[in-house]
Design a protein around this ligand. Sequence first.
Ligand code: M6R
Length: 620
Amino acid sequence: MCGIVGYVGQDDAWPIIYEGLKRLEYRGYDSAGIAVVDDTGALHFRKTVGKVSGLDASILGAAPRGSLGLGHTRWATHGAPSHANAHPHTDCSSRVALVHNGIVENYLELKRRLTASGHVFQSETDTEALSHLVEEGLSLGLSFEEAFLRMGRMVKGSSAITATLQGEDGPICALRLGYAGGIVVAHHEGQGIVASDLPALLPVLEHGSGTPSVGFLEGGEMAVVSRDGVRYFDLDGNAIVKQPRRVSRDDVLVDKGGYRHFMLKEIMDQPQAMTAALRDRADFANGRVELPGFPLPPSAIGALERVVLIGCGTSLHAAQVGRHYIERLAGIPAEAESASEFRYRDPLIGPRTLVVSIGQSGETADTVAAMHLAREKGATLLTICNAEESQAARIADGALYMRAGLEVGVASTKTFISSLTILHLLAIYLGHARGRLDDAATRRLVDELSRGPGLISDLLGEADSYRDLAYRIGHYGNFLFLGRGASAAIAAEGALKLKEISYIHAEGYPAGEMKHGPIALIDPGMCTVALAPNDVLRDKTLSNIKEVKARHGVVVAVLTDGDDEAASEVDYPLFIPEAPELLQPILTTVPLQLLSYHIALMLGCDVDQPRNLAKSVTVE
Ligand code: M6R
């Protein structure tokens, strides 16, 4: 959460930082700001409440010019989105510019002490204490680098912090504390750039040749970036050597591909996302699953006693579907739990437990903390994540990457499909290794999976038809999503999608639970979306649909093609193609995504950047 960009080089810093912030806006968009050091060495600050576009030079009038600066796009934690609380923050003498992503857990204690010694604060943020701490270090006679490092040693909590100083040479100092908030550092043809994520590097890449080498800061590491290069240190000030990594243009490209929104593009990309997740893993010719990256040898799989799947938000819903896959195909007791709950329990896991963390970003603070807990308890740790340079990938014993490409829309779509695909593969792999699935059963399941991308494409061919339905039902103020078995998790995902991008109240419920309470809500003003594809639970869900209709509720139902009986019971039937049962969670997801998208669009909501949210939640 929050995006950071810092630049030092020969070019005008403002447009590079501005472009970089635009590319990081998915991390937060409550306010934004840029500070630039001009040719005389003076610092200039510009801030806006709301999105980064408020910093567009054409809106601002003349933007300050200089070849050193830093910027920030904020997801508010301490203090409302306001001009005063927007980053960069400074000190009493406006010598320092500092931006921050994370939470300073001891900021009140620091603020009290600094205030008592005469520092005057301008904002309600935890961050401002950091710039005053740097100022304090400078007034003790420390160099900027030393003062920055001293500040870093005084801070509690997980944070990414970047700062620069008045005077034309910088440098830019960047520090990562704990495991929240990534920092990537690149140096390319006399230009240094620091950013929260790779896409912010594109403006520098575009003007240079070749690809830069980049360094990813670990917790407790600092980078000092100048025109001459990058130096790395630990928190004690000892120089450290980091292996630079090459990144390609594809790693940094962010492009809507002609679609109106990233979310729509990402929905339409789902056949390719599923294909990429299957590549080199599903051996269609031989009817087998291979999982390079799985952390246990086949001989150890038989000894597993439990699988615990953890994640947050959409990734939690993927975990819930994964639980069904693993119990059904691998015959291993499995459970799915919110990482934010798991991390605060004392879960009974040990060496015979496989913990599977799921996450698009691999940086979600609760998921990363839950992984650390699982590590302490000796479980084998597998991560399914999209971001290959993430914390999750580094902590886990093994990783199965989604390979979905960058997902920019704050609402997760294609990475959900990727997660389900990989969980399905994992369940087949475990089932075969444990002898629960023989070769023939494995071949049949692999053949079924091969149909997935084509079936999703068929559904997407009808994508526009959801617009009409959105106009018919988008005015309902309350939605209840119902499903049974794996469809209960898809119902929860459907409700999450709708509420996060359209701000309509929506609940996802196991259909069998409806009669234990939610049925009291049913009236003509409540729209129920029921998932009743052709599976063993279809008749049960159909009974629930009838219960809703008997109480004059409006029903949209996701059914299997040709199910005229169920269609005649509901107001608005939606159809998925006839498909093997274990592919149905993937297919029933797509109509719910498209419906939410079109309802949000109809209501004039900001589909890609819904209010109050951020793409990666790196605070607890
Ligand atoms: O990066 P992660 O998958 O760990 O993120 C978890 C949630 O924050 C995320 O799924 C969130 O719920 C999405 N906005 C849902 O669309």
